[in-house]
Design a protein around this ligand. Structure first.
Ligand code: GAR
Length: 201
Protein backbone atom coordinates (compact mmCIF):
# COMPACT_ATOMS: atom_id res chain seq x y z
CA UNK A 1 0.00 0.00 0.00
CA UNK A 2 1.41 3.37 -1.03
CA UNK A 3 0.96 6.20 1.41
CA UNK A 4 1.50 9.96 1.52
CA UNK A 5 2.53 11.55 4.81
CA UNK A 6 1.75 15.20 5.60
CA UNK A 7 4.01 16.98 8.11
CA UNK A 8 4.72 20.44 9.51
CA UNK A 9 7.54 20.00 12.01
CA UNK A 10 10.33 17.84 13.34
CA UNK A 11 8.98 14.56 11.89
CA UNK A 12 9.44 12.09 14.74
CA UNK A 13 6.18 10.35 13.76
CA UNK A 14 7.33 10.21 10.13
CA UNK A 15 10.53 8.56 11.33
CA UNK A 16 8.54 6.02 13.38
CA UNK A 17 6.44 5.19 10.29
CA UNK A 18 9.58 4.76 8.16
CA UNK A 19 11.32 2.59 10.75
CA UNK A 20 8.23 0.36 11.03
CA UNK A 21 8.01 0.17 7.22
CA UNK A 22 11.45 -1.49 7.15
CA UNK A 23 10.13 -4.31 9.35
CA UNK A 24 6.57 -4.73 8.07
CA UNK A 25 7.10 -4.07 4.36
CA UNK A 26 3.35 -3.99 3.67
CA UNK A 27 3.28 -0.24 3.05
CA UNK A 28 5.58 2.31 1.48
CA UNK A 29 5.81 6.05 2.07
CA UNK A 30 5.88 7.36 -1.52
CA UNK A 31 5.49 11.09 -0.87
CA UNK A 32 5.96 13.54 2.01
CA UNK A 33 4.03 16.82 1.87
CA UNK A 34 4.45 19.90 4.06
CA UNK A 35 3.09 23.42 4.33
CA UNK A 36 6.74 24.47 4.94
CA UNK A 37 9.76 24.64 2.63
CA UNK A 38 12.09 23.57 5.41
CA UNK A 39 11.29 21.34 8.36
CA UNK A 40 12.92 18.49 10.23
CA UNK A 41 10.51 16.03 8.62
CA UNK A 42 11.73 16.99 5.11
CA UNK A 43 15.31 16.23 6.18
CA UNK A 44 14.17 12.79 7.33
CA UNK A 45 12.27 12.22 4.04
CA UNK A 46 15.36 13.20 2.04
CA UNK A 47 17.45 10.79 4.11
CA UNK A 48 15.09 8.02 2.95
CA UNK A 49 15.11 9.34 -0.68
CA UNK A 50 11.39 10.13 -0.59
CA UNK A 51 9.93 12.78 -2.88
CA UNK A 52 8.75 15.92 -1.04
CA UNK A 53 6.26 18.65 -1.97
CA UNK A 54 5.39 21.95 -0.32
CA UNK A 55 1.70 22.71 -0.50
CA UNK A 56 0.50 26.29 -0.93
CA UNK A 57 0.14 29.19 -3.31
CA UNK A 58 3.67 30.67 -3.16
CA UNK A 59 6.25 30.14 -5.90
CA UNK A 60 7.68 26.65 -5.71
CA UNK A 61 4.55 25.24 -4.02
CA UNK A 62 2.09 22.71 -5.35
CA UNK A 63 -1.70 23.21 -5.21
CA UNK A 64 -4.11 20.66 -3.75
CA UNK A 65 -5.50 20.03 -7.28
CA UNK A 66 -2.03 19.24 -8.62
CA UNK A 67 -1.29 17.12 -5.59
CA UNK A 68 -4.46 15.13 -6.13
CA UNK A 69 -3.35 14.35 -9.72
CA UNK A 70 0.06 13.22 -8.43
CA UNK A 71 -1.60 10.99 -5.82
CA UNK A 72 -3.76 9.34 -8.49
CA UNK A 73 -0.68 8.85 -10.74
CA UNK A 74 1.27 7.35 -7.84
CA UNK A 75 -1.68 5.21 -6.70
CA UNK A 76 -1.68 6.62 -3.16
CA UNK A 77 -4.18 4.67 -1.07
CA UNK A 78 -3.80 6.31 2.32
CA UNK A 79 -2.96 9.85 3.45
CA UNK A 80 -1.44 10.14 6.92
CA UNK A 81 -1.33 13.45 8.78
CA UNK A 82 1.66 13.14 11.13
CA UNK A 83 1.93 16.52 12.80
CA UNK A 84 0.40 18.45 9.88
CA UNK A 85 -1.14 21.57 11.39
CA UNK A 86 -3.27 22.97 8.55
CA UNK A 87 -6.90 22.14 7.80
CA UNK A 88 -7.25 20.23 4.50
CA UNK A 89 -9.69 21.67 1.91
CA UNK A 90 -13.11 19.97 1.93
CA UNK A 91 -12.78 18.89 -1.73
CA UNK A 92 -9.51 17.11 -0.95
CA UNK A 93 -11.00 15.38 2.09
CA UNK A 94 -14.01 14.27 0.05
CA UNK A 95 -11.78 12.76 -2.65
CA UNK A 96 -10.07 10.64 0.01
CA UNK A 97 -13.10 9.87 2.15
CA UNK A 98 -12.11 7.44 4.93
CA UNK A 99 -8.60 7.31 3.46
CA UNK A 100 -7.08 10.16 5.49
CA UNK A 101 -6.00 9.61 9.08
CA UNK A 102 -4.52 11.94 11.68
CA UNK A 103 -2.56 11.44 14.89
CA UNK A 104 -3.64 13.67 17.77
CA UNK A 105 -1.60 13.92 21.01
CA UNK A 106 -4.53 13.53 23.44
CA UNK A 107 -7.56 11.37 24.09
CA UNK A 108 -10.21 12.71 21.71
CA UNK A 109 -12.91 13.95 21.81
CA UNK A 110 -11.31 15.90 24.70
CA UNK A 111 -8.54 18.43 24.04
CA UNK A 112 -9.15 18.67 20.28
CA UNK A 113 -10.31 21.38 17.88
CA UNK A 114 -8.88 24.55 16.37
CA UNK A 115 -5.66 25.72 18.06
CA UNK A 116 -5.28 22.39 19.86
CA UNK A 117 -2.00 21.14 18.50
CA UNK A 118 1.43 20.24 19.85
CA UNK A 119 2.40 22.00 23.08
CA UNK A 120 -1.03 23.72 23.36
CA UNK A 121 -2.66 20.32 23.86
CA UNK A 122 -0.28 19.22 26.60
CA UNK A 123 -0.58 22.58 28.38
CA UNK A 124 -4.40 22.27 28.40
CA UNK A 125 -4.20 18.68 29.65
CA UNK A 126 -1.72 19.72 32.39
CA UNK A 127 -3.91 22.65 33.49
CA UNK A 128 -7.03 20.45 33.59
CA UNK A 129 -5.24 18.26 36.12
CA UNK A 130 -6.29 15.16 34.14
CA UNK A 131 -4.67 11.98 35.42
CA UNK A 132 -4.45 10.21 32.06
CA UNK A 133 -3.61 11.38 28.59
CA UNK A 134 -2.70 9.50 25.44
CA UNK A 135 -2.79 9.51 21.67
CA UNK A 136 -5.67 9.10 19.21
CA UNK A 137 -5.61 8.11 15.55
CA UNK A 138 -8.79 9.16 13.77
CA UNK A 139 -10.27 9.56 10.31
CA UNK A 140 -10.08 13.08 8.96
CA UNK A 141 -13.28 14.93 8.11
CA UNK A 142 -13.50 18.59 7.06
CA UNK A 143 -13.27 19.84 10.70
CA UNK A 144 -10.50 19.74 13.28
CA UNK A 145 -10.27 16.43 15.18
CA UNK A 146 -13.91 15.35 14.83
CA UNK A 147 -13.61 12.30 12.56
CA UNK A 148 -14.28 8.81 13.86
CA UNK A 149 -11.63 7.42 16.18
CA UNK A 150 -9.69 4.39 14.92
CA UNK A 151 -7.30 3.69 17.81
CA UNK A 152 -6.31 5.18 21.16
CA UNK A 153 -3.80 4.40 23.86
CA UNK A 154 -3.59 6.00 27.32
CA UNK A 155 -0.73 6.86 29.60
CA UNK A 156 -0.74 7.64 33.33
CA UNK A 157 0.22 11.27 33.93
CA UNK A 158 -0.85 11.50 37.58
CA UNK A 159 2.73 12.24 38.71
CA UNK A 160 3.89 14.70 36.02
CA UNK A 161 5.38 18.06 36.94
CA UNK A 162 5.09 19.82 33.57
CA UNK A 163 3.32 19.79 30.18
CA UNK A 164 6.67 18.79 28.64
CA UNK A 165 6.64 15.61 30.68
CA UNK A 166 3.18 14.78 29.33
CA UNK A 167 4.40 15.48 25.77
CA UNK A 168 7.28 13.06 26.24
CA UNK A 169 5.06 10.23 27.52
CA UNK A 170 2.43 10.77 24.83
CA UNK A 171 4.98 10.93 22.00
CA UNK A 172 6.25 7.48 22.90
CA UNK A 173 2.69 6.16 22.45
CA UNK A 174 2.19 8.06 19.20
CA UNK A 175 5.22 6.30 17.74
CA UNK A 176 3.54 2.96 18.49
CA UNK A 177 -0.08 3.52 17.49
CA UNK A 178 0.40 5.39 14.20
CA UNK A 179 2.52 2.65 12.53
CA UNK A 180 0.16 0.06 14.10
CA UNK A 181 -2.90 1.64 12.43
CA UNK A 182 -1.13 2.04 9.06
CA UNK A 183 -0.16 -1.62 9.18
CA UNK A 184 -3.80 -2.60 9.87
CA UNK A 185 -4.90 -0.47 6.91
CA UNK A 186 -2.38 -2.21 4.66
CA UNK A 187 -3.79 -5.55 5.79
CA UNK A 188 -7.37 -4.40 5.11
CA UNK A 189 -8.29 -4.91 8.74
CA UNK A 190 -9.94 -1.57 9.42
CA UNK A 191 -13.69 -1.68 8.88
CA UNK A 192 -16.70 0.42 9.78
CA UNK A 193 -19.57 -1.53 11.28
CA UNK A 194 -22.74 0.03 12.67
CA UNK A 195 -21.07 3.44 12.59
CA UNK A 196 -18.09 2.32 14.66
CA UNK A 197 -14.54 1.76 13.47
CA UNK A 198 -13.41 -1.79 14.11
CA UNK A 199 -9.91 -3.24 13.84
CA UNK A 200 -10.30 -6.91 12.89
CA UNK A 201 -7.89 -9.63 14.07
C1 GAR B 1 2.84 15.22 17.35
O1 GAR B 1 2.81 15.20 18.75
C2 GAR B 1 1.43 15.15 16.80
O2 GAR B 1 0.56 14.37 17.55
C3 GAR B 1 1.03 16.59 16.85
O3 GAR B 1 2.16 17.29 16.41
C4 GAR B 1 3.32 16.57 16.83
C5 GAR B 1 4.24 16.41 15.64
O4 GAR B 1 5.46 15.86 16.06
N1 GAR B 1 -0.13 16.85 16.04
C6 GAR B 1 -1.10 17.66 16.43
O5 GAR B 1 -1.06 18.29 17.47
C7 GAR B 1 -2.28 17.74 15.48
N2 GAR B 1 -3.41 18.29 16.14
P1 GAR B 1 6.45 15.20 15.01
O6 GAR B 1 6.66 16.23 13.90
O7 GAR B 1 7.70 14.93 15.79
O8 GAR B 1 5.82 13.95 14.49
Amino acid sequence: MKIAVFVSGRGSNLRAILEAQKKKKNYEVSVVVSDKFDCGAFEIAKGFSIQTFTIGTKEGCISYDELLKKFIEKEIELVVLAGFLKLLPVEFVNQFNFKIINIHPALLPSFGGKGMYGANVHKAVFESSAKVSGASVHFVDPNYDTGKIIAQKCVDISDVKSPEEIAERVLEIEHQILPFVIDKFAEGKIKIADGRVVICD
